[in-house]
Design a protein around this ligand. Structure first.
Ligand code: FE2
Ligand code: FE2
Length: 140
């Protein structure tokens, strides 16, 4: 049995000081925490209800577009690489949907661990870079 990590909670250190983005990040964290709870409740089920993960991926896409709209065209050198990170995440996450729905409980936990880890790291480190750049230039 996989040892459960505590459910993800918002860390105020992740705030970028850009209200729209911080609100969206908080919502993403709430959504992924709800998904963690769901996966654990359905740990013995053969298939899991995929509504929450669908909603999470839909919302992640909306968030990426909004975030890119804020940093694009502002002269930030990390622009292209950051957009590629968003894109790669979506491709991988969408590709894993079937395994998420029909895989073993351990497979689901592993995928969830990847999702949580990616999101945490992306918000805490990658997003911090464009936040710092935009603040430094007085653009937000
Ligand atoms: Fe973000
Ligand atoms: Fe991002």
């Amino acid at each position: 049995m996989t040892a459960y990590e505590p459910t993800i909670t918002w860390n105020p250190d992740w705030e970028l000081g850009i209200e729209e983005i911080d609100d969206q990040h908080r919502r993403l964290v709430r959504m992924i925490a709800a998904l963690q709870v769901q996966v654990r409740k359905q740990a013995t089920a053969l298939t899991v209800d995929s509504r929450l993960i669908h909603e999470l991926l839909e919302y992640a896409l909306t968030h990426f577009k909004d975030e890119e709209g804020i940093f694009r065209g502002k002269g930030w050198e990390g622009e292209a690489a950051h957009m590629l990170e968003h894109q790669n995440f979506m491709v991988k996450a969408r590709g894993e949907m079937i395994r998420f729905q029909t895989g073993s409980p351990d497979t689901r936990e592993a995928l969830l661990g990847w999702l949580v880890g990616w999101l945490k790291n992306h918000i805490a480190f990658a997003d911090r870079e464009h936040g710092a750049y935009l603040h430094g230039k007085g653009l937000v």
